[in-house]
Design a binder for this molecule. Sequence first.
Ligand code: BG6
Ligand code: MG
Length: 219
Amino acid sequence: MIKAVVFDLDGVLLDTSSYHFEAWCEMAKELDIHLEESFEPNLRGVSRMESLKRILKHAGKLDQHESEMTQLATKKNNIYLEKIKHLNVDSLYEGTIDLLAYLQDKGIKIGLASASKNAEGIVTATGIKEYFDYIVDPSLVPNGKPDPDVFLDAMIHIGSRPHETIGVEDSSAGLDGINDAGFISVGIGDTALLSQAMFVFKDTKTFSDKIKEMPFNFL
Ligand code: BG6
Ligand code: MG
């Protein structure tokens, strides 16, 4: 019996992943670093600082910029905040509200386990904050994804057990965390990039439609 679903935010409930990447590209350009589109999946699910470290390392410029990392991360976040200031309920993926409303109606607890320090602001701006029984504050959790800490934090506060909990992610790092937490793992996106997920759906709308077809006692 499933008692809880713990969601990632960026790339699962709405397409903020593209804004994160655009902001990183703009920041990187100022350091004469060009980021190829193929590098983007490496940044999904990982914290701001870890993303910056990966970018500098990839460009062979980690030593050169190590002392400015805090300023660079702040610069990227300011660019990102500018890009997401228009977000509203229409920015959500098709199926997001349907899915949250369905789970709430069935009495399933809903958690949010995003690596983003902007997550609470985004769920507030898009009008879905009230669906969540618990929102993880990633700054209070010792280890970010791919460690399972954010997912376990959500589960403990919600009061479910691992095998009663579904974790939903679009990132490889996040799926590793969900699997380590012992949850049922659901990937949203391309099967080829999310091979460690127990189930993969091409988008949130498909997951929402499928979960409604599952027998009630599964949920
Ligand atoms: C994750 C994104 O959800 O949050 C990453 O997939 C991002 O791309 C991370 O780096 C941290 O986000 P923020 O908003 O705290 O910089
Ligand atoms: Mg994500």
